[in-house]
Design a protein around this ligand. Sequence first.
Ligand SMILES: [Zn+2]
Length: 260
Amino acid sequence: MSAGKDDLLSLSVHGDIRDLLQRKFRQDSVIYYALSRNASIKDIIEAMGIPHTEIGAIEKGADQLDFSYIPQPGVQLDIRPIQAGSAPTEPTFLRPQPLACCRFMVDINVARLTSLLRMAGFDAESVPESAQLHTKRDIAEASAATGRILLSRDKALLKHREVTFGRLVRAQDPPSQLYEIINLYGLRSEVSPFSRCLKCNDALVPVTKESVAHRLEPLTKKYYHRFKRCGSCLSIYWQGSHHQAMLDLLTPILPESSQH
Ligand SMILES: [Zn+2]
């Protein structure tokens, strides 16, 4: 006995998340999916290749649905990506408990993002490579427990239900990955270069030259006059040779008001 379309779930997947679908689901604009068990829409979408973290809305006509919805045969759904500029600090139907602020946990497969996010002024920690976090579930739970957005290129990691806020980083090179994250979460107005320690993630505080003079090399002491110091590791920062290169890298995402 062959099934008609009335026996199948119909899914229209919109936007760039179509690229994440397994190849066999990418051919047609409407996917007809055979329901074999009482699976949630989260499990169905993820079985087709898209981690739930990438979904911005699940719609049945004019109705919004959440990830626990169990589709019945004959239902037609629209699956939409998270729109650029969506702040995780605002509640949405799929994620009614927003984050208090945008902080990040960076997986080792996008490791360069840690220092780039810090350079732009954001709170970013690397996934700890400690013995306590040896499974993907441990990492997922750690990101949720610390209220951090999990950034990764690992689909399986992001499929863990513990992860509410995460991003399957699409861009290949680290600067483009940074721009992707800033634009996705609408963070451009919060970019604050050289406000955070690249080594330990703590805030930098302006200090007088006199207070750090004893720790400066002679040429640094001669040519630079403005200094900042990390509150935790006490590293000293000044606008030396790396400064302009970093500023050039950040230019595409600097707030409009600070561009000339
Ligand atoms: Zn530091």
